[in-house]
Write a protein that binds this ligand. Sequence first.
Ligand SMILES: *Cc1c(COP(=O)(O)O)cnc(C)c1O
Length: 379
Amino acid sequence: MKKRFNTKVIHSGHGTDNETGSVMPPIHLSTTFKQNKPGDFKFEYARTKNPSRDVLEKLLAELESGEQAFAFASGMAAINTVCDIFGSDYHIICSDDVYGGTRRLFDKVKTNIDVTYIDFDKNVNWDEIVSDRTKFIWLETPSNPLMKIIDIKNTSTIAKDYNLPVICDNTFASPFNQRPLELGADLVVSSSTKYLGGHSDIVGGSIVIKDSQKYGEQISYLQNAVGAVPSPFDCYLLTRSIKTLSVRMKQHNENALKIADYLNTNPKILKIHYPGIDSKYKDIASKQMEGMGGMMSIVIDTNVEGINKFLKSLNFFTLAESLGGVESLIEHPAIMTHASIDKDIRDSLGISDNLLRLSIGIEDSEDLIADLKQALDKI
Ligand SMILES: *Cc1c(COP(=O)(O)O)cnc(C)c1O
């Protein structure tokens, strides 16, 4: 029967257990499985495939409207695997404002991949940047930490002319707010450590593909050969978390919009990067996203001392890296998440020393606004 998104998060990936009738899927810890005769089995060895990961992967595939999903031990393990699909010694095109760890992997670990970073806000001369060595286009939208929005549909149409796959990091939006495969992307990567996990207690990652004929076998091969797989317990926990993805995301979206509207009225805030109110991105964002998400960054009219005073005065925003959990977090990109990017690149991107990134949780928005207000009053 047809399942809409909120039904999928509850019912996809598993039914009731045939043997016991258990309503929720069990955790299968066994590392090896009995074969009926040599080579005749459903599961063989737990790294290759196991029942708990199977449930999660089927669920993720349906949520992203893909044909097949692969779970990994972290978002970075998933991104590394995507790079390995295309071999080595090649060129890629990447949006310029990406997760610090993604840039570190591309620039400092995968040294035989050449990367052209592109500001998608400007006109892109594709003929000039695409060469025979180009293997894919990497998009992160909304981006981290500046919440830039890239038109996925438009970019995918252009990519088809050049026969290039589009890979989209969907971590910030989550499949509740945005499904890149429906917009023309070929692969979707997520850090499930963030909204999918949602409780800041699991590290995980995933790749979902539109066409399993095209990449399925190769990703399965790499997933098994490299072995950066999540444990059955983490797979179970993630499946459990995803059951509340829709209700959590609705609250993240609602709270963030209210907070952005409040901050917009506060004269100490010089700039708010939030697609819901950013006139530059509002139109594309509302076309390709169902909600604007819980992430924003703000520029405060103060110096480093003022920033530290502001951070110290907050009660409900914990100073911590990461995002997407039920609790509100705040962080300083230049010193924390984006410190691995060289300062001149940070400056050119606009990651200034008075920029803070907020992950809006699902507390009462009135309390969060009151907290921000009293801390801003102190500087
Ligand atoms: C956190 C994050 C990653 C990396 O994921 P891990 O699970 O931390 O390895 C990749 N992309 C984005 C956008 C992220 O926020």
